[in-house]
Write a protein of this length. Structure first.
Length: 363
């Protein structure tokens, strides 16, 4: 128990007044300082903090201030090339050439070779699923082929989804330059269609092995920051939201959340969120050293609220909270309602609260 009146000394004229004050307090308030260090718990009979002025114990105080509160979480992530994906070969035959890990493959570049025929990379959002040749019905896959041939310098005329004689002629010229049979036809396994350039993370196939199945694992070509969050933290990882990143050897930087994926937890545990973050400064992305980084995500926010340090809260044993306000040479207990907690502060509301009031901090 904390003696709010201090030691009694003598029986002077104020003795009776001090006895009445102590009696009122002992009937109305019991104050306990928790060992967890932060919150003071008090109990009372009428559930309304008393308005009695309590002599100060000369403890530290902090002002009630109007401020913006933002929820934050900080996690450890890593700098690298992001999530890896398997690249599956669909061309029957024997693997006769493979790239080295770390190789960057752009549009038209060979990814691997089967039976000494290169399998090149084309850019697009839809994989090849049928043989393309003269007479095939129009479709987006034809348009993807024609756009890529045009980007590689071959004349195809209109870049629509119709396979014309000019398309077959351009395809034959490209096949000749690749060292592939000049058929003017394209089977689904002859190319790999992906959204952009790729980087080889690891080589899974072996020379002289089958050209079907997983050939490589690949990543994007730009260094990114990756982090793993709990599903309960999804609100902090919204697409296109901003984050702060402490880069090793570079310092503070900002980034933007570009992808959020649900992935299985290790050992069949709870699912996790795999978050990919692009650094806002492309130069920093290139200079960033591989390794661990600290990432700070922002969540919900509250603008212009009254807030105090969490250590100023007094928790009612019967429920609810109060703060101890310094007033008129003493301390007064005021009931408060709590709002957001952020960065060691808590939003408080109450009819008698005002900005600038001094509240007592828990010991």
């Amino acid at each position: 128990m904390v003696d709010l009146n201090g030691p009694e000394s003598g029986r002077g004229p104020g003795h009776a007044r001090r006895r009445r004050q102590r009696a009122a307090l002992s009937a109305g308030v019991t104050v306990i300082v928790l060992a967890t260090g932060g919150v003071v718990v008090f109990s009372q009979l009428d559930r309304t903090p008393p308005a009695t002025v309590v002599p100060s114990l000369n403890r530290m105080t902090s002002p009630v201030r109007r401020t913006d509160l933002v929820e934050h979480i900080a996690v450890i992530g890593s700098v690298g090339y992001g999530h890896t994906s398997p690249l599956v070969g669909r061309r029957p035959g024997t693997v006769t050439w493979l790239p080295r890990p770390g190789t960057v493959i752009d549009r038209g570049g060979r990814i691997y070779a089967a039976d000494a025929v290169p399998v090149p990379l084309l850019f697009g959002d839809s994989p090849m699923y049928r043989e393309l040749a003269s007479g095939v019905p129009a479709g987006e896959d034809v348009a993807i082929l024609k756009r890529n041939l045009a980007a590689l310098g071959y004349s195809v005329g209109s870049q629509d989804g119709v396979f014309r004689a000019s398309t077959a002629a351009a395809l034959k010229r490209w096949q000749k330059d690749l060292g592939a049979p000049q058929t003017g036809r394209l089977s689904p396994g002859d190319v790999v269609v992906l959204p952009g350039a790729i980087r080889v993370d690891a080589v899974e196939a072996q020379l002289a092995g089958s050209a079907t199945g997983t050939i490589l694992t690949i990543t994007g070509t730009t260094r990114v920051v990756s982090a793993s969050l709990e599903e309960s933290q999804r609100s902090f990882a919204k697409l296109d939201s901003k984050v702060n990143v402490d880069l090793p050897g570079t310092g503070p930087a900002t980034g933007t959340v570009r992808a959020v994926e649900s992935v299985s937890g290790e050992g069949g545990g709870q699912p996790k969120l795999q978050v990919t973050i692009a650094l806002d400064d492309p130069k920093l992305a290139e200079q960033a050293e591989a390794g661990s980084v600290r990432i700070r995500f922002s969540g919900a926010s509250r603008k212009g609220v009254l807030a105090v340090p969490v250590q100023a809260l007094l928790a009612l044993r019967e429920g609810g909270y109060a703060v101890e306000v310094v007033q008129d040479g003493g301390n007064r207990l005021l009931a408060v309602e709590l709002g957001m907690f952020a960065d060691g502060l808590v939003e408080i509301n109450g009819p008698e609260l005002s900005e600038g009031m001094q509240v007592v901090m828990a010991a």
